[in-house]
Design a protein around this ligand. Structure first.
Ligand SMILES: Nc1ncnc2c1ncn2[C@@H]1O[C@H](COP(=O)(O)OP(=O)(O)OP(=O)(O)O)[C@@H](O)[C@H]1O
Ligand SMILES: [Mg+2]
Length: 337
């Protein structure tokens, strides 16, 4: 069973071809990082236009790389939300066109569902149920995942997403865009213990997060030094910020494991590529009685292979979309009742 997967929810145009929901025949990502860098963030209008320019040649390249023709494709899987509306419509319209012209079934995928299913592209896969911590540019959330397509929100951020906090802190430190990778690299040479920063929401007995206060704490610290004419210890500050984020994520994830009785933790989304977070969780998993599953970094950030995994399971369940398929900016996650 071959699936053509398309992802255009944000600033990556991505196309993948997957066999039997696991074997990657092609996985191409055209990042728009360069395009948006000079603006210090994504400009939605530019993102849509770039998707439109890139999607067709990228899909052609993917088919060529996989050595597959459209006639051999059994389903088209496409992200229809959450994300930037103008970006989503490019991928969805493109997917609909091929579906209509070639008579290939269409499957619609939720980008966040796909993020935590990316782990099924790896050799080592978790059993259900598991707890999924999704940490990305737009989301920070904990889910109880009972099956591929059956998941329940335990808690989420009340303000900024964790990746967004990385990006905003990088911006206020004048480090460039996107911030996660840059902060992480600088943090490697810093001491995380020298600058005290808050651990938001750790005192709260729930699974919600909040990162805007942490960002403000960094801004206040920087402004105070600037006022005094003192240099900013950039490496130590990046390390302290990263450590504060990691501590909050790890603590909340562990309490979600104990509250649900799950032994398996899956971490997904762009911030799951973070080395300090990965190392902290691997260490704790060895010390305590749980197993952690984190996809390789290129499957943590946006890609179409994960859209193929999710689409495959929808295909197996006969959950097809029609040509009236719409897009959505935000997901309405089901809560555990
Ligand atoms: N090594 C890293 N450390 C910390 N953050 C990182 C790292 N690599 C990437 N990120 C962050 O991950 C985010 C991008 O992740 P992703 O591509 O999953 O987000 P998105 O698709 O924009 O948002 P969403 O998935 O919520 O729609 C950015 O905010 C980026 O700064
Ligand atoms: Mg994403």
């Amino acid at each position: 069973m071959k699936i053509l997967a398309i992802e255009t929810s944000c600033d990556e145009t991505a196309v993948a071809i997957l066999e039997d929901g696991r074997k990657i025949l092609a996985n191409l990502v055209a990042s728009q990082e360069e395009l948006h860098r000079r603006y210090g963030g994504i400009v939605p209008e530019l993102a849509s236009r770039k998707h439109m320019e890139v999607i067709l040649p990228l899909a052609q390249e993917a088919l060529k790389k996989a050595n597959v023709t459209l006639k051999e494709i059994d389903a088209i899987s496409v992200t229809n939300g959450p994300g930037l509306i103008g970006s989503l419509v490019i991928g969805v319209s493109f997917a609909k066109s091929i579906s209509f012209a070639q008579g290939i079934p269409l499957v619609a995928v939720d980008h966040i569902n796909a993020h935590f299913l990316a782990v099924f592209l790896e050799e080592k896969t978790p059993d259900f149920p598991f707890v999924a911590l999704v940490v990305s540019g737009g989301h920070t959330a904990l889910f109880l995942v009972k099956d591929y397509l059956e998941y329940f929100l335990l808690g989420q951020t009340r303000d900024d997403a964790c990746g967004e906090a990385f990006d905003k802190v990088a911006k206020l430190l004048g480090l460039g865009y996107p911030g996660g990778r840059i902060i992480s690299r600088l943090a490697e040479q810093g001491n995380p213990k020298l600058i005290p920063l808050p651990r938001p929401m750790l005192d709260k007995n729930n699974f919600d997060f909040s990162f805007s206060g942490l960002k403000t704490a960094v801004a206040n610290y920087v402004n105070d030094l600037k006022r005094k004419g003192l240099p900013i210890p950039i490496h130590d500050l990046c390390a302290a910020f990263e450590e504060a984020v990691v501590e909050v994520l790890v603590t909340k994830a562990l309490s979600a494991l104990s509250a649900t009785g799950c032994q398996n933790l899956v971490v997904a989304g762009g911030v799951a590529a973070n080395k300090r977070l990965r190392a902290a969780l691997q260490k704790l998993a060895q010390e305590r009685d749980f197993r952690v599953f984190i996809p390789r970094p290129e499957f943590c950030t946006d890609n179409a292979a994960m859209i193929g995994v999710c689409g495959y399971h929808k295909f197996l369940r006969g959950e097809f979309a029609d040509l009236e398929l719409d897009v959505y900016a935000r997901s309405q996650f089901k809560r555990l009742s």
